[in-house]
Structures are given as C-alpha cells and as structure tokens.
Design a protein around this ligand. Structure first.
Ligand code: 23J
Ligand code: MN
Length: 262
C-alpha cells in the first residue's frame, strides 16, 4: 500500500471535513460518575478534585493552572492488563509499556441500544456478536470491539448512570462467552459505555468480572465510559485511545477519538 499517499489524503480529508473526528470522551471533573464497590469487599476510587494553583492572581500573576487528584479508573478510561490479577505478570501490560501501535486501530461497533432500552441488565453473548458479524462483516485480528448501549445519555447523573438497587448495579455488558469469542478472533480489546467493561451484575458470573478477567489474562485491553458511540458506523471508523504514560499505571483517563468517513 502507498502509505505515504494515503496519509497525505487523510490530511486533506481531515482539513476538508471528509473525515470527521468524533469525541468519544465524557467530561472529566468532580461530577464524573465513579464506580462504587461493595464496601465490605473493597475501597473505592476517590472523587476527582481540581485544585487551583493560580488564576492571574497573587499565586501566579499572569497564568492559570490547577493540580488534580484523580484515580486511574475515572471517567472515560483505558484498562491495562496489570489492572487485574490475571494480567499482572505482563511486562508490557502497564500504561507506560503497552506498545503505542495498540492505541490506534479499527473499531467494530455493536449496537445494543434497543435491547438495553428494554432491559438494563442486557448481556451481549458470543451468538449476539456472530449475528452482528453475519450482517456487518467479520471482526478482524487487532481491532476493537465496542458495545453501543447509549448508556452515556445517563452520565450527567451518577445515580442514573450506576443504576443500583438493593440487588446491586444494573447495567449492560458481555457474557464470558462473548469475551472468549472476541479474543478467539484476535480482538485488541473490548469497550463499553458503562462505568466498567463488565455488566453491573458481573460479580456473580463465572469467572467474576469476565471482561476484566479474560481480557487482561490475554494481555488485551478495556475501555469504559465511552460516549457518542451512536455517532459511529458499525465498521470503518478508526479508534484513537491512548492512556497517559503513567509509570506502571493500571489504567488512565483518555480522550477517546474516532476518525469517521463523512
Ligand atoms: C475494580 C474492581 C471492579 C471493577 C473495576 C475496577 C472497573 O470497572 C474498572 O474501572 O476497571 S468492575
Ligand atoms: Mn477501569
């Protein structure tokens, strides 16, 4: 392939709007919804804090800047293999050691929004992925698979986003066989629009939290709290999802972007 020519053409298309850059990140700040784990099981990630250093005042007369307190797994974010015990032994499984080429790849968008509107506990199965492939084409090795649920429309309200009752959180996600199947196709990773890559009720699955367990065991990646997947085609978009180069980080907030032909 004449990569040089294709890149030059891409530059022109970006300039002229023939390729659109779609923002797949939600706002990141003190009101960003955060995961709540059962307190008897685990500590939670703390709320995001933004502390002013100066804003054109006595602490910095000509400049404004802040410092942040923020968990690695906050808002729209990337899960690295070291996040889970099954992936803890990969030397290239930290935010600073994952090969950069894995941050740019094609994405398959599986639209489950109708199913999720009818049932917030909807689970995407391997058979569901195969039915999608029969319509839209095969998932290829090295590509992302993301589940469109339109759950981002709830992200302005943490209670609505977490959707918890006495039986725990209720949000959609994958079955274990769904993750096994996409890994068998060589997927680079799995992304969702919910607080984590797993369904709300995934703690009771075998294995518990199958997206985390199985993806990271395979040295593959997760994406959580993706926004605007309703603006992507089922196939053909390029996803750009680069975590901060945190030293030995287990994950990182990202500005998730998609390149989409218009
Ligand atoms: C820790 C424990 C359980 C979960 C998570 C983190 C996440 O969703 C995450 O952000 O990786 S489910
Ligand atoms: Mn995470």
């Amino acid at each position: 392939m004449a990569a040089k020519n294709i890149l030059a053409e891409l530059g022109t298309l970006l300039m002229q709007g023939g390729v659109e850059v779609v923002d797949l990140s939600g706002p990141l700040g003190p009101d960003t919804p955060l995961l709540k784990l059962p307190p008897e099981l685990a500590k939670d990630t703390p709320r995001i804090e933004v502390h002013k250093i100066s804003e054109y005042d006595k602490d910095g007369p000509f400049w404004a800047w802040n410092w942040l307190k923020i968990g690695e797994h906050s808002g729209t974010h990337f899960d690295a293999p070291h996040h889970w015990i099954t992936g803890k032994d990969y030397p290239d499984g930290y935010t600073d050691t994952i090969p950069a080429k894995n941050f740019v790849a094609p994405v398959n968008v599986i639209d489950c929004s109708a199913e999720v509107a009818a049932n917030p506990d909807f689970l995407l199965t391997a058979a569901g992925v195969q039915a999608w492939e029969a319509r839209h084409g095969a998932i290829n090795a090295g590509e992302w698979v993301v589940m469109r649920s339109d759950w981002d429309k709830r992200a302005h309200d943490e209670a609505l986003y977490l959707n918890a009752d006495a039986t725990g959180p209720h949000s959609p996600g994958p079955t274990p066989d769904c993750i096994d199947y996409i890994l068998s196709k060589g997927a680079l990773g799995w992304g969702t629009q919910c607080i984590g890559t797993d369904a709300g009720q995934a703690g009771g699955m075998t294995p518990p939290f199958p997206a985390h367990n199985l993806l990271h065991k395979a040295n593959r990646y997760g994406l959580a709290s993706l926004a605007n997947l309703d603006k992507l085609p089922p196939k053909g978009a390029i996803l750009i999802v680069a975590p901060l180069k945190l030293v030995q980080g287990t994950g990182s907030p990202i500005r998730a972007l998609a390149l989409v032909a218009r």
